[in-house]
Design a protein around this ligand. Structure first.
Ligand code: ADP
Length: 300
């Protein structure tokens, strides 16, 4: 598989401070890669280097066959960038904004078709200042797509969206993959990464701390099923062999590889002891649990 992005040994120092520390990163053509990390981990620095907006201290960077530091203008046309915050010219209609943007490119996509991909056809004649927050983000995406880029950088594309707008955006992002685009996505929503990403790379304190599919990441931690319940005052303590622990939420938690047998044992004990297993929950670790576990000991 061809790499759209191939980064080897990338470092970025700000004076003595090492923001990005010798990272390798590959993004395959046509995949959605989620680049995750806490604030300050080094995501923006890395992405700005990939976009050609920041020079690096050391390492090799290849994006669509070029080093972003000295790539030709034709290279820039192959890259679409959707920033978190952007304000379109308020006097223009959505359609005008997209057509105007298209004029900057030698081989743009059809503007009407682009508006359709992002679901803005019905709002094409609206002034951009009248667009809702969700519609503005669609317009941002249309503006990034109209140049027909091969690679799209999406920076927290659904921050501040209500749940239904998020789901719609996910559909739009999946549509990008369907038409063969490569997407590098940053997000703080683990369900978003789990839903959209073919692969995930986690950066912590400037270093890559994990990479793989959501399933591969889950395999790196204790992925046993978690049975949890909220203890009530006066409850009998669970027998020692359950190895129940108190989790971060103050609930009791039993980790198990054999959910059925453990549930049988637990409920038999609870019925006998008169414990009501309040808020009983049985769940596999989510990507959020995995992420928190993988990043918990990472600090500068
Ligand atoms: P993220 O996007 O993951 O939040 P950043 O790449 O923005 O992380 O920042 C990584 C670290 O580098 C942070 O500690 C940040 O304070 C620092 N940093 C970013 N830009 C600069 C700069 N221009 N000068 C000095 N330090 C910087």
């Amino acid at each position: 598989m061809e790499s759209a992005i191939d980064v080897q040994g990338l470092s970025m120092h700000y004076g003595d401070f090492v923001a990005v520390d010798n990272i390798d990163l590959q993004v395959n053509e046509g995949e959605i890669l989620a680049f995750l990390g806490q604030n300050g981990a080094g995501k923006t620095t890395t992405i700005e280097i990939l976009e050609g907006f920041r020079s690096r201290t050391s390492g090799s960077v290849n994006v669509l066959g070029h080093d972003p530091q000295d790539a030709p203008l034709s290279w820039r046309e192959r890259i679409g960038i959707v920033l978190q915050e952007s304000e379109p010219v308020p006097e223009l209609t959505a359609g005008e904004a997209v057509r105007m943007q298209a004029a900057y490119y030698s081989n743009p996509r059809n503007a009407e078709e682009t508006l359709e991909v992002v679901g803005l056809t019905d709002s094409a004649d609206q002034r951009t200042r009248k667009l809702s927050g969700g519609q503005k983000r669609r317009l941002d995406l249309a503006l990034a797509l109209v140049g027909d880029p091969d690679l799209v950088f999406l920076d927290e594309p659904t921050t501040g969206f209500d749940p239904s707008a998020r789901r719609e955006s996910w559909g739009m992002i999946e549509a990008l993959r369907d038409i063969g685009k490569t997407v590098l996505l940053t997000t703080h929503y683990m369900d978003e990464a789990e839903h959209l990403a073919d692969r995930i790379v986690v950066i912590g304190a400037g270093r890559i701390v994990a990479r793989g599919t959501a399933k591969e990441l889950a395999d790196q931690i204790d992925a046993r099923t978690r049975i949890t319940w909220k203890p009530s005052p006066g409850d009998a303590a669970p027998p020692d062999h359950f190895a129940a622990i108190t989790n971060d939420f103050g609930n009791l938690q039993v980790n198990t590889e054999n959910t059925l047998a453990s549930m049988h044992e637990l409920t038999t004990w609870a019925l006998g002891a008169g414990v009501d297993l309040h808020q009983l929950n049985v769940a596999r670790p989510t990507l959020e649990d995995v992420y928190l576990e993988l990043t918990k000991d990472v600090s500068r």
